[in-house]
Design a protein around this ligand. Structure first.
Ligand SMILES: NC(=[NH2+])NCCC[C@H](N)C(=O)O
Length: 225
């Protein structure tokens, strides 16, 4: 059988990032590998810009997208998602102890990756905040550290990772979970007609949850939770 071609945007540790030998690693990657093993399929991974993942999937360049992607009503018009594999929330981080709420971020420059749910949420719900789009979250964090941004808005698990490494930064808002924008968890996207792959992925996900493999992968990448 042909390998299952996964696409991901490796800018988002602990979900996916490139290690020092330029290999794609992370929770999503280990999860996809475990699913492939469960399905007895080969799988390959390609690193691509986040906002190009859904278009490339539609063009059949890949078979599946696993990229810390929120299952949202809007995306579900274009792709089909597996059952959720991770419960998500979002958070703005900034210089430690500087802001506590979105009201205080009025007029401030908040960075995020292009094409993310964070970008859409801020644009729709907090037009008083200046949204600054980046090609990758990594570049947004660089600008937060050098003072070109006042904050960065991302998934809680991801921004927490940055907080651990940067003690000068801290949370600037409470956790945001608006399901209309951030959906019902993270899912793997496939093309709408590809029910064969969708069912195989959902069955494999249930199996690795039942046999403890999912928990092991989760403990490895999210040691605190
Ligand atoms: N691998 C990445 N860079 N993922 C960014 C995901 C951001 C957010 N969870 C979304 O679905 O839009």
């Amino acid at each position: 059988a042909d390998p299952i071609r996964f696409a991901s945007s490796a800018t988002y540790p602990p979900f996916e990032s490139l290690n020092s030998s330029n290999q794609i690693v992370g929770f999503d990657i280990d999860l996809a590998k475990a699913l492939c093993q469960q399905m007895k399929s080969e799988c390959t991974f390609t690193n691509q810009a986040f906002d190009s993942l859904i278009p490339s999937l539609k063009f059949r360049k890949y078979d599946a997208v696993i990229s810390g992607m929120d299952i949202t009503p809007e995306r579900s018009k274009q792709v089909t998602f597996t059952n959720p594999y991770y419960a998500n929330s979002a958070l703005v981080i900034a210089k430690k102890d500087q802001y506590q709420s979105f009201e205080q971020l009025k007029g401030k420059r908040i960075g995020m990756e292009n094409g993310t749910t964070h970008q859409k949420y801020l644009q729709d719900k907090h037009p008083e905040v200046k949204t600054v789009a980046y090609d990758s979250y990594q570049n947004a964090i660089i600008d937060l550290k050098n003072g070109r941004l006042d904050g960065v808005f991302g998934d809680t698990a991801v921004v927490n990772e940055w907080l651990k490494k940067n003690p000068q930064l801290g949370p600037a808002t409470g956790k945001v979970t608006d399901p209309q924008y951030f959906g019902t968890g993270l899912g793997i996207a496939v093309r709408p007609g590809n029910t064969a792959l969708l069912n195989k992925l959902n069955d494999a996900l249930a199996a690795i949850k039942a046999n403890g493999t999912y928990q092991k992968i989760s403990d490895k990448w999210f040691p605190a939770g």
